[in-house]
Ligand binder design. Structure first.
Ligand code: ARG
Length: 466
């Protein structure tokens, strides 16, 4: 004999290890509020359609309130014998209210139930992640404004390339997070359709109203195909892809913070509250938070690989393999949310060593491209200008000089077209100020971008609060 809600056709109880191995309560119990909300909407629809009596509906609604209160008070005991959140809640309800509880599962299956719960839960969590992204963007705008004029070396190949403004560098990350937000919003909007009513896979023989349940749960519409509804996990793949890309962005940012905080760079210092020391080396202050955030990308990307691999080649419709979907995305979301929170809280406390950044931008011949541009403006073809400046750099390396320190004689000796006023005009300030066009690094552009983002984020945060 089996004691399970599905035990009618079974002669023997479930193997004890299988019972534990099969259970998902440790993962899906966190969707209890969504499971109960789905049951409320389902019961209300059944009653409106005369599939359930009003007395039964009243008992179910009152019973669900009690169950929810028990879970919130921590007195509810989830048992692996009841496999998952759905059957745990249904069984408790039935223990409380009897037959009415047993009628709740009419025209429903755990297959459409889990698909609905997961969408509802991830919709809520995606909105929370989006709020974290917006907060981090606001922090970046504030910092970028403060550092619109702060000059640092820009790198390609991690070699000094051209001077840039620190504000411009920070706004590069703001753009990445904007695309991340867009990906999360797209996925959230696409998944906002209600699978409830698809039942096991083919729909139900009862005259249900799927539009009503979809509306009651804040979905845009019911899903169109019952088979697709119970076998679709695209939304989990999409959200994990969005989370993975966001974590990659955070890992790049982390890597730069770690480099910048090293003694060799000394561009920034991170607040003590976000660093830790060494148990053996007393001098150490380690950037653990960016390191950990950099590392978190590994498990989040792992979650994406896990769901893609699980879904690959699965036949329609529901298969138990799909129970593995939730662990990956819940873990990814918990960790990504932590990363975004740490960054949002840590960055305002970052101190910036402007003098060191300026000095680094002023050495390493970061102004060389601008000297070539000056020659081009005097009529020299760019390829010749490149050659002339290359020779000038080689000369300066030999003489331990910077370009702007070259003598008039040295200029003429390298090329008659190279004038000393051209080298004397070189400055990192002039370099950044000259790049004053859409997308350029000029302080002026950084301030324009900050004004744009302040406005835009103000609107987004305002409409979220409204
Ligand atoms: N715990 C299951 C899951 O997370 C719920 C759906 C199970 N359906 C079934 N027929 N076994 O996927």
């Amino acid at each position: 004999m089996s004691d399970k809600p599905w035990g009618g056709r079974f002669d023997a109880p479930t193997n004890a290890f299988v019972e534990a191995f099969n259970a998902s309560t440790h993962v899906d119990a966190r969707m209890y509020a969504e499971d109960i909300a789905g049951s409320r909407a389902h019961a209300q629809m059944l009653a409106k359609q005369d599939i359930l009596s009003n007395d039964d509906l009243a008992a179910i609604l009152a019973g669900l309130d009690e169950v929810e209160a028990e879970i919130e008070a921590g007195t509810f005991e989830f048992t692996i014998a009841l496999e998952d959140v759905h059957m745990n809640i249904e069984k408790r309800l039935t223990d409380k209210i009897g037959d009415a509880g047993k009628r709740l599962h009419t025209a429903r299956s755990r297959n459409d139930q889990v698909a609905t719960d997961t969408r509802l839960y991830l919709r809520k969590r995606t909105n929370e992640l989006l709020a974290r992204i917006r907060t981090l963007q606001s922090v970046l705008v504030t910092l970028a404004k403060e550092h619109a004029d702060t000059i640092m070396p820009g790198f390609t190949h991690l070699q000094t390339a051209q001077p840039i403004t620190f504000g411009h560098h920070l706004l590069a990350y703001l753009e990445m997070f904007e695309r991340d937000a867009g990906r999360f919003e797209d996925a959230r909007n696409r998944m906002n359709q209600c699978p409830l009513g698809s039942a096991a896979l083919a729909g139900t023989t009862f005259p249900i109203d799927r539009v009503q349940t979809a509306r009651a749960l804040g979905f845009d519409a019911p899903t169109a195909n019952s088979l697709d509804s119970v076998s679709d996990r695209d939304f989990i793949m999409e959200l994990l892809a969005a989370a993975s890309i966001c974590s990659v962005h955070l890992s790049r940012f982390s890597e730069e913070l770690i480099l910048w905080m090293s003694a060799q760079f000394s561009f920034i210092d991170l607040p003590d509250a976000f660093c830790t020391g060494s148990s053996i080396m007393p001098q150490k202050k380690n950037p653990d938070m960016p390191e950990l955030v950099r590392g978190k990308a590994g498990r989040i990307i792992g979650g994406l690989m896990s769901i893609l691999t699980t879904m690959k080649s699965l036949p329609l419709a529901y298969n138990k393999d799909m129970q593995e979907d939730k662990e990956a995305i819940f873990d990814a979301y918990d960790n990504l949310e932590g990363c975004l929170r740490v960054f949002g809280d840590m960055l305002p406390g970052m101190s910036v060593n402007k003098a060191v950044m300026h000095k680094a931008a002023s050495s390493g011949f970061a102004t060389a491209t601008d000297l070539a541009d000056a020659l081009v403006r005097a009529g020299v073809p760019f390829r010749d200008a490149h050659e002339i400046v290359g020779k000038s750099v080689a000369h300066c390396i030999r003489k331990s000089l910077e370009l702007h320190q070259m003598s008039a004689e040295a200029c003429v000796e390298i090329d008659s077209r190279l004038r000393v006023d051209m080298v004397q005009a070189l400055s990192v300030e002039a370099c950044v100020a000259a790049r004053d066009h859409v997308g350029g690094t000029a302080p002026n552009q950084v301030r324009l971008q900050c004004a744009f983002w302040e406005n835009k984020l103000g609107e987004i945060l305002g409409s979220n609060n409204a």
